[in-house]
Design a protein around this ligand. Structure first.
Ligand code: PEP
Length: 255
């Protein structure tokens, strides 16, 4: 079943007290969620256990990590394994965010290792893809994103694909205040769905949740989420403001 999801990516923001207040405020205003309308919150690692505890008893709202290690365990100072993420109570992990690809030079081969190990540990993967501005300007974004998906996801079985959510995030729209138009988002999401259909079949493609990310706010979420192939959003800045994120969740629930 295709799910609609509003996912919050707090990035390297919030101390424990701030995160607790943010979650408490969200929970007090949350519209009704369901199997097909879910919320995901990705705090920094240090708050995963807190957030998981706060979400106890609230169905259809899950904690996520923002990253995990390529290796299972051992002498990898500073890394957090997928097993540790599961152990902290998270259900999801974000893999391949453009900030990880750009600042930490995570290439598609590295991301495959991370996604593989995340799935092995029972996590659902939010797999990010998206083109830089130069690629959009050259109008080669479809091929660029298709390559990211081929190299990142094509080795999975249809069964494994059920535990993957794709987040399309044009890099020129992340944290810039510049949002892709609803038409640009829809065109790319339809392209991604056809790429998935070409490899895994129409049913798997129809079931796949494809989120849009890039300066989503309460004010533009309704238009973006009403596109037939946009199944919600991965939200950075606006997810740090409870009122804004509640507005985005409401747009997702009503879409
Ligand atoms: C993101 O971090 O994935 C993101 C889309 O950020 P923002 O909403 O701030 O553009």
């Amino acid at each position: 079943m295709r799910k609609k999801i509003a996912a919050a990516n707090w990035k390297m923001n919030t101390l424990q007290s701030e995160g607790k207040t943010l979650v408490a405020n969200l929970l007090s205003t949350l519209p009704a969620l369901s199997e097909s309308r879910q919320v995901v919150i990705a705090p920094p690692f240090t708050q995963l256990v807190n957030v998981t505890a706060q979400l106890q008893g609230h169905a259809h709202i899950h904690a996520s990590a923002q990253n995990c290690a390529t290796e299972k365990s051992g002498a990898y100072t500073g890394e957090i394994s997928a097993a540790m993420v599961t152990d902290a109570g998270a259900a999801y992990v974000i893999i391949g965010h453009s900030e990880r690809r750009e600042y930490y030079k995570e290439d598609n081969a590295t991301l495959v290792k991370k996604s593989d190990i995340a799935l092995e540990n029972g996590l659902q993967v939010i797999f990010c893809c998206g083109e830089p501005l130069s690629v959009r300007d050259a109008e080669t974004q479809n091929q660029y994103v298709e390559t990211q998906i081929r190299e990142g996801l094509f080795h999975y079985s249809t069964e494994q694909l059920k535990n993957i959510v794709i987040a399309y995030e044009p890099i020129w729209a992340i944290g810039t205040g510049r949002t892709a138009s609803a038409q640009q988002a829809q065109d790319m999401h339809a392209h991604i769905r056809s790429v998935i259909a070409g490899k895994f079949g129409a049913e798997a493609a129809d079931d796949m949740s494809i989120l849009y990310g890039g300066s989503v706010k309460a004010s533009n979420a309704i238009e973006l989420f009403s596109c037939p192939d946009v199944d919600g959003g991965l939200v950075g800045g606006a997810s740090l403001v409870a009122e804004e994120f509640t507005g985005i969740i409401t747009a997702m629930v009503n879409s």
